[in-house]
Design a protein around this ligand. Structure first.
Ligand code: SF4
Length: 473
């Protein structure tokens, strides 16, 4: 799968205590660069005052050594971003930092608030001014309402109004608050550094990068506070059945991360093993589509007994600069990204394993490139079911109409892509590889069964049915 085709927002991190908090946040964001490459930012709390620096680009581009040195203080939060709501603009880079009646706060958000548009409309009718086009900004406005500021725990009350996917890290002058939505769509894990400082991260790979020990996940519907007294927890919601995003395991997360009770690499290998059982074929080699199909290909090779051979080689130096808007430019980028080792492929029966197919055009380009090397047969195996539906919880698939599986059979997709056979892993096959009960996961992009109801025909965010008690008086 090509990252051009699906994006996620985002990676979040927070740490309370060390004098080099900004530097540690930098390294944590670096370790989670795969979760967002559009913008990056760090906010710090320094002697009771919050500062932030954000910018467009990779973490290493946004933060020069001088920029980082300017961010002092003993607490920091950070964010890597892809836009799923709000345009790709510097204004929308996170953490968002604002001053309001309750003081200063900075917010880093991974997910997508499905009722943000409705909330925003209500605030704007009351005269509130918004500074960004992100869904995240409504959280400031919810926090700032006198109705909530008069309560002993404004955050608790603000969160009651949010619908959707949100793993949040909020920085205040005296604390960090880490929040996970009641469905637990996106991951968020607590760690502790060897010196005893608490931190939270979207993925454990960031905790590992800091030498921090993973303690546990923030529970769905939980607020975890990190401050000078240590770590404290409170609940803000009854927990519905969890709806952890299976796509984190299929594609997004770093293979070495652990989330929702499983290690991503091991899950992907199991996907490959299951795929070999469900869709066996006689072949000379199993070949991973780099890099997204590598783990599942290892599993497929192990279960099938067919040797694993690397015949498709990525060009590691072709990066996001090749994200191009037209189909022709995308096709060219595909060819630049991959090289095929003709001597390995020629006259051989090849099983290619990849994680998913979104639009189909990228996969078709890759298969055409492989075909030119002269294999006898190409058998494509995909380690998840056909993606037929949009995601409203923070993964930015293209419009449903552009999903190749939306209105085509597997046979029609096979013909379009140009392979000899094509098989997808079944939904039950996916779920059988995961540790938790089946109903603890979101599978909506494959099944259309949305765990949190969304009103698709209106718009991605326009959910008129959610009642805004606050605006009803
Ligand atoms: S719809 Fe798909 S991508 Fe979106 S949260 Fe559910 S499983 Fe993940």
């Amino acid at each position: 799968m090509d990252p051009i085709e699906k994006k996620e927002k985002c990676g979040v991190f927070g740490i309370w205590g060390p004098a080099d908090s900004a530097h540690r946040t930098y390294f944590a964001l670096y370790a989670m660069q795969h979760r967002g490459q559009e913008s990056a930012g760090i906010a710090v709390s320094e002697e009771g005052v919050l500062h932030a620096h954000t910018g467009m680009g990779l973490v290493s581009e946004v933060f020069t050594p001088r920029r980082l040195a300017e961010l002092g203080g003993n607490a920091a939060i950070g964010h890597n971003r892809y836009s799923t709501t709000g345009s790709s603009h510097c204004n929308n880079a996170q953490p968002l930092l604002q001053q309001f009646s309750g003081g200063q706060a900075a917010i880093a958000h991974n997910g997508n608030l499905i009722n943000a548009e409705l909330l925003r409309k209500g605030f704007e009718e009351q005269g509130h001014i918004f500074h960004t086009s992100t869904d995240t900004e409504v959280i400031f406005h919810l926090l700032a309402t006198p109705h909530h500021q008069n309560k002993s725990d404004p955050l608790y009350h603000a969160l009651q109004h949010l619908q959707g996917a949100y793993s949040l890290v909020l920085l205040f002058a005296d604390r960090i608050e880490a929040v996970r939505d009641p469905w637990g769509f996106r991951p968020l894990t607590i760690g502790q550094t060897p010196e005893g400082h608490y931190c939270v991260a979207s993925e454990t790979v960031a905790l590992d990068a800091l030498g921090a020990r993973t303690l546990r996940e923030v529970e769905p519907g939980e607020i975890v506070t990190l401050d000078d007294e240590g770590m404290h927890s409170r609940s803000f919601s009854e927990r519905p059945s969890p709806a952890h995003c299976v796509f984190e395991h299929v594609y997004f997360a770093n293979p070495s991360s652990r989330m929702f009770g499983d290690t991503v690499q091991l899950v992907r290998e199991k996907f490959g093993e299951q795929l070999a059982r469900e869709a066996p074929v006689e072949a000379d080699y199993v070949m991973p589509m780099p890099d997204s199909g590598r783990s599942a290909a290892m599993g497929y090779a192990r279960a099938s007994g067919i040797p694993l051979r690397e015949g498709i080689v990525p060009n590691r130096y072709v990066g996001r600069t090749f994200i191009q808007p037209t189909q022709h430019q995308r096709d060219t980028a595909v060819q630049l990204k991959l090289n095929v080792v003709d001597e390995i492929v020629r006259n051989k029966r090849i099983v290619v394993v990849d994680d998913s197919i979104v639009r189909g055009t990228t996969t078709r380009g890759k298969m055409a490139q492989l075909r030119r090397a002269g294999p006898k047969e190409i058998h494509l195996r995909i380690s998840c079911p056909p993606i037929r539906h949009g995601c409203y919880y923070g993964i930015d698939f293209p419009d449903t109409s552009k999903l190749i599986a939306n209105n085509r059979s597997v046979e029609e997709i096979r013909q379009f892509i140009g392979v000899d056979t094509l098989h997808y892993l079944s939904m039950q096959g996916v779920l059988d590889c995961l540790d938790l009960p089946n109903d603890n996961y979101c599978t909506a992009c494959w099944t259309g069964q949305y765990p949190l109801d969304v009103d698709k025909p209106i718009s991605k965010l326009g959910l008129e049915r959610y009642q805004m008690k606050m605006f009803e008086g």
